[in-house]
Write a protein that binds this ligand. Structure first.
Ligand code: B1M
Length: 210
């Protein structure tokens, strides 16, 4: 589809205005939300990563692409929400210490919100103590940890260990995700589950209720 191709190109070029306009147009013309999300907005980020690895893109280019992608997500957000259901539980989410990547985490939060969860988003570069402080408040059902760097993955374990140390680990289910993660890693660090994308994160969260 031409509109999808324009959204893809807009994200690649970091052209926020074009992305916003095209996503609006795509929604109006009745294009499927998931297609806009996956083919228009997420797919070009993989290409951005490739261009970065090959030395064609640098951090500034990655950043403008990220901003364009997030602007598109904002337009898509209302369409992603399911009709108002009562809160399915409270999720405390964050990207772990040392890691600034937040697009994936934001997407997971949006989908969980759409599925009826109450979200407390702690943002990026979140220290284990911050997670401990939130969980200690006592009204949290799920902790959602994101990491995009191989160098920050160990901080997921540090976070889980800090929750154990504080004696609050068993109050919550812990889900982890992010491009470099695997199921094996998730079980090794003592998480309750791993999701490779945002819709799987919703399915995983729901599976704890049954
Ligand atoms: Co960075 N970066 N980056 N970057 N960046 C990667 C991750 C990288 C793979 C690029 C590459 O080399 N190909 C590479 C990591 C290599 C590695 O660790 N082995 C990398 C690097 C090296 C870096 C810097 C170190 C670069 C530098 O400074 N030299 C630096 C680190 C900064 C830091 O964090 N301390 C850096 C910085 C940045 C920007 C700030 C410029 C920007 C982030 C902007 C932002 O997030 N606001 C950025 C970007 C945009 C990327 C790429 C291109 C795209 C990431 C993205 O947003 N993808 C990325 C390359 C790539 O991933 N191909 C790259 C789209 C997003 C929807 O997908 O985040 O995977 P993703 O989320 C998915 C799933 O993973 C999953 O669901 C999401 C939706 O399907 N998921 C979860 C994620 N979290 C989840 C949690 C869950 C469940 C599922 O449950 C809790």
């Amino acid at each position: 589809d031409q509109l999808i191709a324009k959204i893809y190109q807009g994200v690649l070029d970091g052209n926020k205005k074009s992305v916003i306009a095209c996503v609006e147009e795509a929604l109006q013309s009745g294009l499927d939300v998931e297609v806009i999300l996956n083919d228009g907005l997420i797919a070009p980020m993989t290409e951005v990563g490739r261009l970065f690895e090959e030395g064609e893109y640098f951090v500034p280019e990655m950043l403008v692409s990220a901003r364009a992608m997030q602007a598109g997500l904002e337009v898509l957000k209302p369409a992603m929400k399911e009709s108002n259901v009562k809160s399915a539980g409270t999720v405390v989410a964050g990207t772990v210490k040392g890691d600034m990547h937040d697009i994936g985490k934001n997407l997971v939060c949006m989908m969980l919100e759409g599925a009826g969860y109450t979200i407390r988003d702690l943002g990026t570069d979140v220290a284990p103590e911050q997670f401990v402080a939130e969980v200690s408040k006592g009204d949290v059902d799920i902790v959602a940890l994101s990491a995009l760097l191989t160098t920050t993955m160990p901080n997921m374990k540090t976070t889980i260990d800090a929750l154990k140390q504080a004696g609050v680990r068993d109050r919550v289910k812990i889900i982890v995700g992010g491009a470099p993660l695997t199921d094996t890693f998730a079980s090794e660090i003592g998480a309750d589950g791993f999701a490779s994308d945002a819709s799987r994160a919703v399915r995983l969260a729901r599976s704890f209720a049954s």
